[in-house]
Write a protein that binds this ligand. Structure first.
Ligand SMILES: [Zn+2]
Length: 182
């Protein structure tokens, strides 16, 4: 349905008012690490606003733009950076979800801007970038879990010392740093 068609529609919330188009900046916020609310302002967002109850509808493109702006303001890796990380590991979206222990479609959504990772998961992903041997460790963890071996002392035996992977990390980083990853 196009925006013009929707403009003549009735409001789905109150069922009484008619929707009209408004173009303007969109404000949202998030709570940063220090516990404070931070504003995110996204310009040129199209809203369909109800003249009666004041509720509004956003189209999917606007929602994605708002989501991307919030993600950026929160200092999280962006959709394109996640795609580059996945490609560097030679994984499909589903393969990536499997490796990380995510639901099948979660990674796919993160690569669009519809949803994004938490701060905690963002740090987890950065560990894979900065210490590539963590990817190998993850594969082992995944295998051990599938085999029903969940005892931590077994897994730790396989995780190499991070310092021994410094050379690898130096080769790997430029690939990921080439672009908006900084
Ligand atoms: Zn309404």
């Amino acid at each position: 349905m196009s925006t013009n068609e929707m403009a003549t529609d009735r409001c789905p919330v109150c069922g009484k008012g008619k929707l009209h188009e408004e173009l303007g900046e969109f404000r949202t916020d998030f709570i940063s690490d220090d516990g404070k609310h931070r504003d995110v302002i996204v310009p040129q967002i199209k809203k369909l606003v109800c003249g009666q109850c004041g509720e509004y509808i956003l189209d999917p493109e606007s929602e994605s733009r708002i989501s991307a702006a919030q993600r950026h303001a929160m200092g999280l890796l962006g959709a394109e950076e996640l795609m580059r990380l996945r490609n560097s590991l030679g994984k499909s979206q589903e393969g990536m979800a499997e490796l990380l222990g995510l639901g099948k479609k979660t990674w796919c959504r993160w690569e669009s801007d519809d949803y994004f990772q938490s701060e905690a998961f963002d740090r987890y992903l950065r560990l894979l970038v900065f210490v590539p041997s963590n990817v190998e460790a993850l594969k082992l963890i995944d295998k051990e879990k599938r085999d029903g071996k969940t005892d931590l002392s077994r897994t730790f035996r396989y995780v190499p010392d991070a310092r021994s992977t410094e050379v690898l990390a130096r080769q790997f980083l430029p690939v990921l740093m080439d672009g908006p990853f900084n």
